[in-house]
Design a protein around this ligand. Structure first.
Ligand code: HEC
Ligand code: HEC
Ligand code: HEC
Length: 246
């Protein structure tokens, strides 16, 4: 950032020099200075624009204005929804309490899209190409944790459990929810992964209800059966194919 300031300062100096030169009317020198001043002005403009762009790039509005246009407002709404009030999910289904969606809880704590979707250049380039060529589904195919971590080269658990986010171990998690009727973090059935239950842009699902009818779950969450009745709940992308092809 200080570099950018320096560039701007330098350009101002250049411009000032050019003006001086013009006033003095020193012919051979003048030409060079003016050229420098123009280039300087362009650099200053690009630097200022670039800096503004960089800041804008970090806002949720950037994500939905630039690329995620087919579903734009839907994702934004899940971020800005009050966790204690009803809301709609990314597909337009009603959610009893927005807090059942991770985006709402995190948005309420001042987190933004990129807090979770930490930029990964490979992913952005791939998605950019998919966007330009129209090679994507609308509604967007849902990403499971495996796909979210793929470009970030992190383990599945580290996506959420890391020093910068939830600084806790899986064992720690087990203890936090130990007093629930069926501890969702008991890892009793190892086939379930975090994203089977925790959903960011739609109501989280207590998958254990599929077989156990004595399961309690938090406000805004839904049962496995309710989840299977959601509109657009299909997953149009085969994750295994994706991982095999990549
Ligand atoms: C709490 C972390 C978190 C935040 C904040 C967040 N996301 Fe997500 N996002 C996820 C997760 C997890 C998924 C995987 C699907 C899901 O859980 O709904 C996802 C999936 C997506 C997808 C892929 C399509 C899909 O439905 O799976 C898009 C697009 C997306 N998010 C956009 C956004 C935008 C835009 C914002 C900001 C307005 C945002 N996300 C904020 C965690 C987050
Ligand atoms: C079977 C469903 C299920 C699975 C699978 C699951 N969770 Fe949870 N998780 C829950 C429920 C239910 C809560 C309690 C939420 C609440 O009280 O709002 C919770 C709470 C949490 C919390 C908040 C704990 C706190 O500080 O209060 C974190 C962090 C978390 N889960 C991370 C994970 C991670 C990481 C994974 C995968 C390794 C995972 N969960 C897998 C259901 C699940
Ligand atoms: C596909 C059906 C099915 C699902 C889904 C399921 N379970 Fe189970 N679960 C069973 C069966 C059957 C048993 C009894 C056999 C056994 O003990 O392995 C059981 C046993 C258990 C036990 C041991 C109970 C005891 O009394 O010893 C726990 C704890 C448990 N499940 C927790 C969960 C949690 C937490 C989830 C959600 C992540 C879940 N189950 C999802 C079928 C399921």
């Amino acid at each position: 950032m200080s570099d950018e300031k320096n560039v701007v300062q330098e350009n101002l100096d250049n411009t000032a020099q050019a003006e001086e030169a013009t006033q003095e009317g020193a012919a051979p020198k003048k030409k060079v200075s003016r050229k420098k001043a123009i280039i300087g002005a362009i650099i200053a403009f690009v630097a200022a624009f670039g800096f503004g762009f960089y800041q804008w790039h970090e806002t949720p509005e950037f994500c939905v204005t630039i690329c995620h246009t087919p579903m734009n407002q839907e994702y934004l709404q899940t971020l800005y929804a009050n966790p204690y009030e009803p809301a709609v999910d990314k597909w337009g289904n009603e959610v009893e309490y927005a807090g059942g969606m991770l985006a709402s809880i995190h948005g309420n704590m001042g987190k933004r899209c990129m807090a979770c979707h930490t930029p990964a250049i490979e992913e952005q380039v791939t998605e950019g190409i998919e966007w330009i060529t129209g090679n994507y589904y609308n509604p967007l195919s849902e990403r499971d944790l495996a796909r979210l971590v793929f470009y970030r080269h992190a383990g599945e658990t580290e996506f959420c459990l890391n020093a910068g986010c939830h600084n806790i171990s899986k064992t720690g998690l087990t203890q936090i929810t130990a007093d629930m009727s069926r501890n969702p973090h008991s890892w009793h059935h190892s086939e379930y992964t975090c994203s089977d239950c925790h959903k960011a842009h739609r109501a989280s699902v207590m998958v254990c209800t599929q077989c156990h009818d004595d399961v309690e779950y938090p406000m805004g969450w839904i049962s496995a059966e309710e989840a299977s009745n959601l509109e657009h709940q299909y997953m149009s992308w085969n994750e295994e194919q994706f991982l095999a092809a990549a």
